[in-house]
Design a protein around this ligand. Structure first.
Ligand SMILES: Cc1cc2nc3c(=O)[nH]c(=O)nc-3n(C[C@H](O)[C@H](O)[C@H](O)COP(=O)(O)O)c2cc1C
Length: 261
């Protein structure tokens, strides 16, 4: 498995990278991760459109397909969102610093986010997935909220997987959108369109790599919450540790995948 793969060398046109979409699904899923350190080099529009097109294969509530995607390349627009990202990060990042303490892998993530905040304007392209529909001013039942946001995030995950397969670095972020009102103004969105998240896309400075996740048995319950017969297990890996998978990267390996430039 090419888990430590770097960005494609040489020709990075859509024609040159399209074949990479045949990457085995499991490989794309196991190595897709937040790649925040990206190069300012341009990304072919067709690559971006193909990522979104594959995003559109995702389900939506009642098959409403009430999605819209704004592709942002304008430096001024990006600078505006970079400012907002910095504002949100000055609060959230400060809290994070206090909470993570000496957890080295969390510190690496904070450093990667700080890098993204500082270099946001350099991203060659940022996709803003949006939902279209009537504005809700009153609190909605949980099911309605679930159906609303659940009608965009599956498409975002498809987009991320397509980006990963073609060798792009991508991350799902929300902090630059902390004000929906200001974001609407910046993007010229009507009141009926809500920006939900952002996906900066670019060729990665570092490498892709395996993600660190809890073992499946620790989050799966049988019949009723709390009954976890598979606790501490992974599929085909019965003796997996319960805090981190046996093949999780060490902090140094994780550093190499996300941080190395
Ligand atoms: C709803 C949502 C919002 C997120 N917002 C941000 C964000 O504003 N900035 C950021 O750097 N990462 C953001 N992330 C990315 C997470 O931090 C990331 O998925 C997590 O650290 C796992 O990273 P990995 O896949 O590389 O292991 C967000 C993820 C989700 C699902």
């Amino acid at each position: 498995m090419t888990i430590n793969e770097r960005a494609p060398e040489g020709d990075r046109s859509y024609a040159a990278v399209a074949d990479r979409l045949t990457m085995p699904l499991v490989e794309a899923m196991e190595t897709q991760r937040a790649v925040r350190r990206i190069l300012p080099d341009p990304v072919d529009d067709d690559i971006v459109l193909r990522c979104i097109e594959l995003g559109l294969k995702a389900p939506t509530g009642s098959n409403g397909q009430n999605w819209q995607f704004v592709v942002v390349k304008d430096r001024e627009v990006l600078a505006t969102f970079a400012r907002r990202y910095r504002q949100a990060w000055s609060l959230y990042g400060g809290l994070g610093e206090r909470v993570v303490g000496n957890d080295e892998s969390m510190r690496k993530i904070l450093a990667a986010v700080a890098w993204q905040v500082e270099h946001f304007t350099e991203a060659p392209v940022v996709v803003v997935p949006c939902l279209e529909g009537a504005q809700r001013f009153a609190p909605v039942p949980a099911l309605a909220a679930s159906s609303w946001y659940g009608s965009i995030y599956p498409s975002v995950q498809n987009l991320l997987l397509a980006a990963r397969a073609m060798g792009l670095g991508a991350s799902l972020i929300t902090l630059p959108l902390w004000s929906v009102t200001l974001s609407r103004r910046t993007l010229g969105l009507p009141m009926t369109v809500q920006p939900v998240c952002m996906v900066p896309l670019g060729w990665p400075r570092g490498r892709y790599g395996p993600t660190t996740r809890k073992p499946v048995g620790d989050v799966v319950h049988l019949d009723r919450f709390g009954t976890r017969p598979w606790r501490g297990q992974g599929v085909g890996r019965p003796q997996e540790r319960s805090v981190a998978a046996a093949d999780d990267p060490t902090p140094a390996e994780r550093d190499a995948t996300e941080v190395r430039s």
